[in-house]
Design a protein around this ligand. Sequence first.
Ligand SMILES: C[S@@+](CC[C@H](N)C(=O)[O-])C[C@H]1O[C@@H](n2cnc3c(N)ncnc32)[C@H](O)[C@@H]1O
Length: 290
Amino acid sequence: MTPSDYEFLRKLLKTRSGLDLSPDKQYLVESRLVPLARRAGLPGITELVQKIKSGADALTAETVEAMTTNETFFFRDKLPFDHLREALLPALLPARANRRLLRIWCAASSTGQEPYSIAMCLKEFGAALAGWRIEILATDLSQGVLEKSKAGIFSQFEVQRGLPIQMLVKYFTQTGELWQLNADIRAMVQHRQLNLLQDFSHLGTFDLIFCRNVLIYFDQDTKADIFARLAKVLEADGALALGAAESVVGISDAFKPYPDRRGLYRPNAARTAPVAGAMSPPKTVAAATR
Ligand SMILES: C[S@@+](CC[C@H](N)C(=O)[O-])C[C@H]1O[C@@H](n2cnc3c(N)ncnc32)[C@H](O)[C@@H]1O
């Protein structure tokens, strides 16, 4: 890979996915893109770059996907799910008792462990949510991870990471060496491809947004822009959950930290007003995402 190939790819990735690569990450690009080039029948990255420049759209999308980091596991960091059980749902259930609808967005959902962890937490509320409509929207830039998420099939290694054994027994069925999430949990999660760099106001408003371990890859301006737009689609009494290494502090005043709940943020009322009449998603969103 020549220095100009690397510069071209850095710019491409920044524009297409937000990934902000420092000048010293050539090894990362090579380790991810040399195998992709070979699969495409190309000798190396220089030829891959030439193809992209000549307008090979599918290869460009594959290049962007190959550079995403999809690391995830069930109940990652534990704390956000404790917050969900102990504070967020106990506050939201009485607040939404009239409309009996909860909308939760998992905004970089990878292979599904995060949205399905949320779904299992909700399922544990049992009778308290009987008759409620629960919408958990799982979105990601990468179509590949969404396909795996939709299938809800996980390896022994994957279910051993973070998932309590009682939940494995209760919500999964073993088929050979794999474990499939039961249909009732899978049905709680809708999937849709979505790039956070693009407009997402058409999704409607949400009671909770999990946007975890994705913004770390973006620069400050991109984070600030996404925070501003996330605040507009979050209900005034809703909450945003970020990853353990992420924060709004010093980046955006669209959110303020949730009192006594590390990693949780609420919209800054002084900055944002809920979008009137946008409580429910357009009908086509729910239909298109199943
Ligand atoms: C490290 S995973 C985090 C998964 C999960 N949220 C968690 O915390 O375990 C980051 C995910 O963000 C996705 N991603 C990267 N850039 C994105 C973008 N611009 N828009 C939407 N998703 C993106 C990647 O495809 C990847 O699946």
